[in-house]
Write a protein that binds this ligand. Structure first.
Ligand code: T1G
Length: 699
């Protein structure tokens, strides 16, 4: 323990002269679990009892001041004292209290600091109230105390965005009282305690400060959040709570608690916290640990959309890239796209112009594949034709140095076949990026049958360097994401064949939380991509019993256009905003007539239920056959690669809210129409029988 008297396994206190010191030491981020809460209360009470100190300074050991409540406790029965009670005890201490902030003081951590009478922060540290990112709101006084030391407007900014703010900004806004040079938290605690005693560091008790109402800011923010995020109930609850800060403090805290409990009990909280831990869980696997190979310099083959996006991502992470193209004009186009991507990052405030210049300086374009002789890892991002990839990997096998990793960005082709084109299959794996590759965070890391463990671990090391979410996938057509997309994409075509309009399907799924309906997505990406895939599959031969749902889409591509890039597809784009295209209705009627289909009425809920049941069925098979390691890996693929609504946690987290028995019932009902497409996965039937949930498989 850092101090001589421990009041719990995570908190101790001691004295330096007339400054009392309370140290919180609860790795990894000093979250306010029960030991911290109990320890803080006992320490404050003991010091006031002993009455030997003129000031009490709270500091933390380790990498950061308290980074929040312990998220792992959510959903479990609450244990007293609550953090709200702890913060009240700190604030009501007769002896003045202060806190020393370093690292990232977040959520309940910053609320604890707001209970102290002065907040001193180290230069470069950050603070925030990110609870809304977890589907909740600040629940230990943040919505009531920050307006008192700063303003309602600033509290709305910080608490509704959930952003991490620099302490220097907080100083300007009154949230922080002093910013000091970085140093040992304990030393700073002693010095600042002495300043409180000397009166050179002023103290303020928020329960003695009234709030200036700002109803305009409240109303304006309420309107904004309801428009921007209609699915997230917690944002409005947060704004309402902040609006009650003009009440006396204890009444305001009570009101905050009521708003907090509405959110805590919502499925959104469960989904967003699953997303928080899931993002970390996917790389917390044995395959991602252990020895890795160097990542000093990377080669990228292909300067098209994907190759230039991948190159941009590596350059932004500070990794030099040698970009290979076969023609000068292709190479020039690639360099121009990369330059545009980097300029976009600067204009979006994602990087400084100096960093952009430095990144560009690390780009070495070349027409000679031989220039890849000294790179540590090559990412092939050329046309999705197996013959082309086999030829390239055959050459790389002779050009690249021993131990260099050879990766393909293929989105569905067999990585094992590619590996067999080389004498080094142990160096080969798939690194499937998602377009735009310098923006989308998902990276499917595809393990070949012979991929060496250190090569696979290096794939995860690269994901971390690129700040991507690396998910392990096994080889199959489409790996995890595209395989499941390929399945549920069919149910969308069946819905339109059987009676729904493309616009109704889009609107129903956007109401479920999808950022954009599938037909709008198709128009945006280009309908020709799906058209070519369907023709390829036709050549390979669809299963005889499979109901072909592509006739409508085929005729749209053949007669109308490929979406936005040709000015029309499912929608018309003359005015910019998408308008349903009447030509499509004529095609739909024509195909239904040819197939003798009498259109049925579907409610929006019918559409969501069929879509999600198909989605979950294939996702279950992907877990069942081991293509994905666990349900959480499938969830993260769709949160970080496909725009699945984050507050739903992902398709299999959402499946647990429906239950396996109901899902089996639905599939059996739908199977009466189409027994080939609607089949119950064995795993799902077993779950229905034994009551297990997907969450039980995520350990
Ligand atoms: N509770 C429990 N575990 C946490 C945690 C938390 N609040 N924050 C981080 N961890 C774990 C994380 O799972 C990982 O564990 C390890 O710490 C390192 O985290 C009442 C109710 C602080 C910026 O939302 O944003 O307070 O995988 O890998 O990239 O109003 O963690 O090693 O086993 O992310 O350096 C509000 C969430 C909570 C902050 C550090 N606080 N955490 O990032 O490391 S709600 C938050 C973060 C609340 C009050 C309400 C980040 C970080 P493991 P890491 P990092």
């Amino acid at each position: 323990m850092a101090e001589s008297n421990s009041t719990s396994e995570a908190v101790s206190y001691g004295y330096e002269g007339d400054v009392a010191l309370i140290c919180v030491d609860n790795p990894p981020v000093n979250a306010t679990g029960i030991a911290v809460r109990e320890g803080l209360v006992k320490a404050i009470e003991a010091i006031n009892e002993e009455a030997k100190a003129g000031a009490i300074a709270i500091y933390c050991a380790g990498r950061t001041f308290i980074a929040g409540a312990d998220i792992r406790e959510f959903g479990k029965p609450p244990m007293a004292p609550s953090l709200t009670e702890v913060v009240n005890v700190i604030e009501q201490s007769k002896i003045p209290t202060l806190s020393v902030l370093h690292g990232t003081t977040l959520g309940g951590g910053f609320e604890t600091a707001l209970g102290t009478h002065a907040r001193v922060a180290m230069k470069g540290a950050k603070f925030g109230l990110p609870e809304v990112l977890l589907g909740i709101i600040p629940g230990a006084g943040g919505t009531q105390r920050l307006p008192r030391v700063s303003s309602i407007a600033y509290t709305l900014d910080i608490a509704v965005s959930g952003r991490h703010a620099p302490v220097e900004e907080g100083l300007e806004k009154g949230a922080i009282d002093r910013v000091v040079e970085p140093g040992e938290p304990r030393d700073i605690a002693i010095a600042m305690g002495r300043e409180v005693i000397a009166g050179t560091l002023p103290t303020r008790r928020t329960n003695e400060i009234d709030v200036t109402r700002d109803d305009a800011a409240i109303e304006q923010t309420l309107a904004m959040v309801k428009k921007k995020n209609p699915h997230l109930i917690n944002l409005a609850e947060c704004v309402e709570a902040i609006g009650k800060s003009s009440l006396p403090l204890q009444e305001g805290l009570k009101a905050e608690r009521e708003h907090f409990m509405v959110c805590l009990n919502s499925p959104q909280r469960s989904g967003l916290i699953h997303a928080f831990f899931g993002e970390r869980a996917v790389s917390n696997i044995p395959e991602a640990k252990g020895d890795t190979r160097p990542l000093g310099k990377i080669g990228v083959i292909g300067g098209g959309t994907m190759g230039s996006g991948i190159t941009t991502s590596c350059l932004m992470a500070g990794i030099p890239v040698r970009l290979i193209e076969v023609q000068q004009d292709g190479l020039d186009r690639g360099v121009a796209t990369i330059t545009k991507n980097l300029d976009g990052a600067v204009s979006r405030g994602k990087m400084s112009s100096d960093k952009r210049d430095a990144a560009l300086a690390m780009l070495e374009p070349s027409l000679a594949m031989e220039d890849l002789a000294d790179v540590d890892l090559v990412i092939e991002a050329v046309f999705e034709k197996m013959e082309i990839k086999k030829e390239i990997f055959g050459k790389l096998d002779t050009i690249c140095k021993p131990g260099a990793i050879l990766a393909s960005n293929t989105s569905y082709l067999d990585v094992n076949k590619i590996a067999d084109m080389t004498n080094r299959p142990q160096d080969v794996l798939g690194l499937h990026f998602f377009s735009p590759a310098h923006v989308m965070r998902l990276l499917e890391i595809v393990q070949g049958a012979k991929t060496a463990p250190d090569a696979l671990a290096t794939g995860f090391a690269l994901a971390k360097k690129l700040k991507k979410v690396g998910v392990l996938a096994q080889v199959c057509d489409g790996f995890i994401g595209n395989r499941i997309l390929g399945h549920y994409g069919k149910v969308i075509s069946y819905l339109v064949l059987d009676g729904a309009s493309p616009a109704q399907v889009d609107s129903a799924l956007e109401g479920f939380g999808m950022a954009m309906g599938p037909h709008k997505v198709g128009d945006l990406a280009g309908l020709d991509i799906g058209y070519m895939t369907r023709q390829r599959r036709k050549e390979e031969g669809y299963p005889a019993d499979e109901r072909y749902g592509g006739d409508i889409a085929d005729r749209i591509s053949e007669r109308v256009g490929h979406g936005r890039k040709t000015g029309k597809g499912y929608y018309l784009y003359e005015t910019g905003a998408p308008v349903p295209n009447p030509e499509v209705d004529a095609i739909i009627d024509e195909v239904r007539a040819e197939k003798g289909i009498t259109p049925k009425d579907f409610t929006d809920q019918d559409i969501v239920d069929r879509y999600m049941t198909a989605f979950i069925a294939e996702a279950t098979r992907v877990v069942e056959d081991g293509t994905a390691k666990r349900p959480v890996d499938v969830d993260m693929v769709f949160l970080f690669g496909y725009g699945f609504p984050r507050h739903r946690g992902g398709p299999l987290h959402y499946a647990d809210s429906i239950g396996a028995a109901e899902l089996v019932r639905r599939i059996e009902e739908y199977a009466k129409e189409d027994p080939y497409y609607w089949q119950v996965p064995a795993l799902l039937r077993k779950m229905a029988e034994d009551g297990t949930k997907f969450a039980d498989m995520n350990t």
